[in-house]
Design a binder for this molecule. Structure first.
Ligand code: GLY
Length: 388
């Protein structure tokens, strides 16, 4: 390990913040992580761990390239964390199936398959018989689907526990503090002030996910306009192996876990920071899941929960240096935070260590200066930030 090159503070102990801390610590930096809550217990815990940039139908080329690169980095990323922590995060990159229940849906998938092949992405159209052979639990109305070989999922709750242990093994200090505020002078960041006093650092990273716009103490130009986007989920208890691969059906996705849980997600709701599980949300998920697979109806529902995705006005994350020396943003990953953890960690560490940030240019906060707020949500967030 190289000589420590000064203190870095990461605010936010989700998968993004912990991955950045782990990456920097492995490179020899001395890193501290602060969070108001328990590590990896917000969106990092609430997600389903889907690693599926093509299924998510990302249309922005820069974001798609970052997601594809992060997907490629996943096996090595997980291996390093497993080695450091002794915890296996259960990475499965054995494909994602997108099921169609109408011929029109199948034609759309066929066009998508042609586009993916044009990009060199491996995928296979399945007719009804092959699709049912691959995933026999899907209902009789199935007409076929598209199998994307390279996608998959990780058990994000296990990954969170593994990252905490891996960070601790690399001497990263993870601390909880009810109040966290950045301190800076007119030119650069100085550190943060917590319940226990001031902590100096040469670099501070805002990795606060859906709460990133709430981090106080920096000029408005450094505050990312993040809006929480709620997602509700449920878990059913199914026999092991009942669902073989992560599967998308109209209105929901279903992701198996090794312990027999089948996760069904997720709603997409604008509800501020409220995280209630509602009858309507659960109804929406069950309606979509049971329409695709009536056989799921007999299983026990073992868990319901909700989390907050960090949404941004243009759907792109905010990554890289902010206009205050030493202050960095790593937030706004919206539906792809778990997927983007390896690429975010690597590129933010490069930016902090070597000043390399060209690759992050499409995701810089400076892009906001070039555009007007598009809708009420954006105006609301920008007003909130200007007032703070
Ligand atoms: N990545 C899936 C979701 O955000 O619901």
């Amino acid at each position: 390990m190289r000589e420590a090159n000064g203190d870095v503070i990461v605010v936010g102990a989700g998968l993004i913040g912990l991955s950045i801390a782990f990456e920097l610590a492995e490179r020899g930096a001395s890193v501290r992580v602060y969070d108001r809550g328990e590590p990896a217990r917000a969106a990092s815990w609430a997600g389903a761990g889907m690693l599926a940039p093509y299924t998510e139908r990302i249309t922005n080329e820069a974001l798609l390239a970052l997601c594809a690169s992060s997907l490629q980095q996943y096996p090595h990323f997980v291996e390093r964390i497993r080695e450091a922590s002794g915890i296996d995060p259960h990475l499965r990159l054995d494909g994602v199936f997108y099921a169609a229940f109408e011929n029109e849906g199948l034609s759309t998938l066929q066009r998508h398959a042609d586009q993916l092949r044009g990009r060199g992405i491996r995928c296979t159209m399945l007719d009804r018989a092959s699709a049912l052979a691959a995933e026999p639990w899907l209902g009789a109305a199935l007409v076929g689907g598209l199998f994307k070989n390279e996608e998959g999922y990780v058990d994000n709750r296990r990954l969170g526990r593994a990252l905490v242990a891996a960070c601790e093994a690399r001497k990263v200090r993870i601390e909880q503090s009810f109040s966290i505020e950045v301190e800076c002078d007119a030119r650069r960041v100085l550190g943060i002030r917590t319940d226990r006093g001031f902590n100096g650092a040469r670099a501070v990273v805002n990795a606060c996910g859906a709460w990133a716009a709430e981090l106080r103490g920096v000029p408005p130009s450094c505050v990312p306009p993040i809006e929480p986007v709620k997602g509700q989920m449920i878990a059913l208890n199914v026999p092991a192996g009942f669902v073989r691969r992560a599967t998308w059906v109209p209105g929901a996705y279903l992701v198996p876990r090794d312990d027999g849980r089948l996760l069904v997600g997720a709603t997409v709701e604008s509800a501020g920071f409220e995280q209630r599980v509602t009858a309507e949300g659960i109804h929406e998920l069950l309606h979509a899941a049971l329409a695709a697979a009536p056989s799921l109806a007999t299983f026990t529902m073992t868990e319901t929960w909700a989390g907050l995705r960090p949404g941004t006005p243009d759907g792109l994350p905010f990554l890289g240096p902010a206009p205050l020396d030493g202050f960095f943003l790593a937030t706004g990953h919206y539906r792809n935070g778990i997927l983007l953890a390896p690429a975010t960690a690597r590129s933010i560490a490069d930016a902090i260590e070597n000043g390399e940030s060209a690759a992050l240019a499409p995701f810089g906060i400076a892009r906001l200066a070039l555009r007007e707020p598009q809708d009420d949500t954006e105006r609301r967030v920008e007003e909130r930030i200007t007032r703070s």
